[in-house]
Design a protein around this ligand. Sequence first.
Ligand code: SAM
Ligand code: SF4
Length: 266
Amino acid sequence: MLDRYSRLINYLRISVTDRCNLRCRYCMPEEGIRLLRHEDILTYDEIAGFTRVAVKSGITKVRITGGEPLVRKGIVTLTGMLAAIGGIHDLSMTTNGVLLDRFAGDLAKAGLQRVNVSLDTIDPEQYSFITRGGDLNDVLRGIEAAKKARLLPVKINCVIHESPDETNAIEVARYCRENDLEVRYIKEMDLEEGRFSVVMGGSGGNCAGCNRLRLTSNGKLKPCLFSGLGYDVRTLGYEEAIKQAVGHKPQRGRKNINDSFYNIGG
Ligand code: SAM
Ligand code: SF4
């Protein structure tokens, strides 16, 4: 699919839940969030049905995200349902890694090809501080499990304040070098203020080359992270929602006061 600015739209990011087992300071408030009602969350049949139509329209790359995707019950089943759709060349997941030790093997068997794991520091105290209570060892075990399950390349998403020269970022880079991991730095963003930048080592944040659509867990198809636009796949129907989202994809991001990272999935 080409949009109005001749960008080839071939990448779908699917947020499967707004829930999370961490409370990263830059992402979620400490007290948690007002959770979506169960009936508002797309079922796995709906997600797979939508994705099938999206693939027919030209999507070739799919990422499962959240909230934390591994806290949604039956996530291995959904992964298998997506893997069974012919035409997806790249099926990946972004996870905080806390539960990856438990799931990596089954996810790989179900057809997941690779994972991105979020890790901003390898200092256990800093990790617990940033995530408000997370245990670094869970994530490190998860990363090892992902490598063993050959969910390769394992990429590390590292959120930084200003520059990759910060101590936490340097330590993460060293850990990645020593463990055959690819690191990509993401400058902390603010959707409401419209503060965003390119992902260093990745492809996000570059409006001119943006190839993405995002499906939220309650079925809004969003053409841009930094815009409040969203098209309801249940009320519009899958094809029409795709048509509208691609047709209205903004030339560049501005700001988004309707959404947060945990409901869009980054
Ligand atoms: N829970 C999973 C995780 O943390 O990997 C997936 C969802 S999370 C919203 C996806 C990505 O968004 C993570 O890599 C996270 O670091 C990033 N993220 C969250 N809030 C952010 C912010 N304010 N600025 C930049 N990146 C952010
Ligand atoms: Fe949860 Fe991921 Fe947000 Fe952290 S960044 S609070 S792990 S959704």
